[in-house]
Design a protein around this ligand. Sequence first.
Ligand SMILES: [Zn+2]
Length: 492
Amino acid sequence: MYITTTIPYVNARPHLGHALELVQADVLARHHRRRGEPVRFQTGTDDNSLKNVLAAEAEGVPVRELVDRNAAAFEALRGPLDLSFDAFIRTSSHPGHRAGVERIWEATRHDLYQRHYEGLYCVGCEQFYPEGPCPDGHEAPLQLVSEQNWFFRLSRYQDILLDLVRGGRLRIEPAARRNEVLAFIEAGLDDISVSRSAARARGWGIPVPGDPGQVVYVWWDALANYVTALEGGDYDRWWVAEPRKVHLMGKGVIRFHAVYWPAMLLSAGKPLPTGIFVHDYLTADGRKISKSSGGAADPVALVDAYGVDAVRWWLLREVPRVGDADFTEGRLAARADEDLANGLGNLVNRVVTMVHRFLDGRVPVEAREEVPFDVDDAVHEALEAFDFRRAASAVQALVEQANRYVERTRPWARSRAGQEVALATLVHACRTLAVQLEPFLPTAAARVAAAVTFAGDGRLPRPEPLFRRLAVPTAGPRDAPRAGVDGGRSPA
Ligand SMILES: [Zn+2]
């Protein structure tokens, strides 16, 4: 499976909304790897956006400096968030990107033409609207732009796109997003402008081949990353031969991915993605995430304060498949305490403690009962539907099932033989939990696995708390870097 996130523009540092998409993609990647499937998980940054240019101007620093600094902050989420991406592409510095964009441009040349254009442009969205204000909520007034641009014959692809989406060859989830795309296409597709004047772009971006007075529209440039990052044999492997190619994205950018991008590929004679999963937005304390959103403005500060398990668990267990989710640090701490410290951590601790108390640390694993502590199918089905919350709940249900088993078998009240059966069964359940938890909380899963793995002396390690309680944090998030964070959608 080839799994991508969108590549955010880098006018500011990453916030929790970016972390959501990265963690979702990471769970899919780890889940499919665990099933033995080949996986490529790719993310990156859209360095060529005009928004980056304007942010650099506002800060009074060279564009290159601002882009390098913020892109590095995105790439550096890997460690704190336990991300397992295989590739990180930056559109301004990836060696194959510019040449790849130029090749796609040439391959679609039969659908490109020049036209004088006048329209109202939202820099926040990097797109034209028939009238203001920006429907996505950007406050800056739309700019009247009048120039000669290159246009792409999107209108030619209306019928084939309808067939693709209706027939499910391009699967869009959730269904409401699919219907939104169908309604957009059915309303009729106009040709779209795919370049802008180099002057308006302040000379930043990829020049149009053969027309250096224009640069390639940033969306065209950014969308191309899904194939331009595939170098050498990787393109054939991951874009031609791979049967499952899935793009994850926020709801604001669905039109670009479900309409413009497939049309570009059709025009260029390239294969299409097979799946598009659209998540909704996060708010923080009921408001759009902004630089004053505390921990939500800085996922690394959040990890520093609460730990990566609590942050990933909140994103996976609390954010619904459909509908916005509101983040507060209180909810994050409460959820982690309930499920991780009191639920999973307490279960493992209880089991290991009993193994030491009753069986001197040793468990005859072959004595276990065949109790179906198995949620593999439930997790897989939920993740096939991109329902991360349902998948995390299935893992949590295993904890509850094991706790009920403890209550039902009451190992402390049994004969030694009975204790062996019950505790061997529970150790097996904890090992299953470690396996099932790995895609969601890789570091916690490793701690659970270590807690129920025999040491050299054939005994389990002494019980230790696996999770600290967070509800009354001893320290707030460290002073977060206060770079501008607008909570806006990412451009690709
Ligand atoms: Zn806008």
